[in-house]
Design a binder for this molecule. Sequence first.
Ligand code: NAP
Length: 433
Amino acid sequence: MKIYDLIGIGFGPSNIALAIALEEQKQTGHHAESFFIEKQPSFAWHANMMLDNAHMQVSFLKDLVTMRNPASHFTFINYLHQKNRLQDFINLKTFFPSRREFNDYLAWAAAHFDHCCAYGEEVIEVLPEKKGDEVSLLRVRSRDNAQTVHERLTRSLVISIGGHPRIPDCFSSLKGDARVFHSNNYLKEIAQHTHAQKIAVVGAGQSASEIFMDLHHRFDTTQIDLIMRARSIKPSDDSPFVNEIFNTDFTDYVFNSPEQERSKILNEFWHTNYAAPDLVLIEQIFNVFYQQKVAGAERHRFLRRHVVKKALAQPKGIQFILQDLNTNKERIVTYDAVVLATGYHRDHYKSLLNPLMPYFNDLKVDRQYRVCSTLHFKPAIFLQGACEASHGLSDTLLSVTAVRTSEISQAVINLFSQSKSLQAKRTMSSALV
Ligand code: NAP
């Protein structure tokens, strides 16, 4: 069986950026044979959150490559040039393209790697391939849509699988009920609820806010309840000094800080990224509620300081027991549909690595994002987007993607040149004997 130097799980922005970095390293004589496996049937970036008017929250200059190599073919600017839209884009006078356009940019970049990416295959497990006591390779098993299992061998693995929907405990028993869905599936699912009269949106982040505005425009009379534990929706702080936490050298600072200090930094800046919609969007939502007051007709409700204590599936809808945290009073409300804009967790990679757990020290990663392993475990495993605790808040964002992939690809190249020179030494000494 062919042995790859590197297999990437997932082909979203992080692994596309890695594919580009590896491709550009070929030009300097460093060749690593890579292959990527993506479970979606074709490239799509948060397809179910591609809402009208949604735009990027990160500057287009933090694209797949610019921070690493502004002269690359794969810059957003070159994409615009290739699509004959550069001048028009300049006239937009924005750093924040629409998400639709950025998705098109990513798809354009991804298409350059169709020859080394299998779409429509879900990786089901990663197994150790042993030589005596030593794990020398990894066997990556994936299943395609026709249920055929594929196996590939690799010397290194890069896991970039993004976030998995965070479902609050009180909704876990409603799994499979089509009336309750995560923001991750919003566009696909909301299309099934064209006659809904009452919809709940749970959350206070960018997703909840974008979805609230989308529902407001999508329906004429439907009531939307925006339900959050917070006292208010707070905007993301993207002022320049605060934004420095997303600079690439801040990664070194966070990584080199003692563990306690790291979590202090994460807590201090948590709201730059989480539960933090754009100010403009918050103003739009405020205006919707203000216009209701002017009209003297309450259509939507802003239920701040409210928690869902229980959610029950009833024939007439999803029944909430809602507690007002200010008064501790509970009330019962029934919804035709519930959107959980409750964010993501990023530890799904752990289940993929389960068979390899005996070789790791509680899944710590080094500065180059490589999972620390025991001496007898030779393959290198890197994580992209799952190292927030050690590398800082920028880890899940595009901000450091270009530079991170350069660090990972360099680590991969170093690894192979070390093992090649070791092999050469071994061959020479056995020839001398
Ligand atoms: P998020 O920022 O993590 O917000 C999740 C929200 O869900 C928070 O308000 C949180 O409230 C609430 N929540 C979590 N668990 C809950 C529970 N058990 N009960 C009630 N509420 C709960 O998630 P997001 O809005 O999906 O954003 C995720 C990331 O994607 C962010 O980086 C965001 O910037 C990005 N994003 C970008 C765009 C764009 O570029 N246009 C669009 C959407 C998302 P608490 O604060 O009370 O925990």
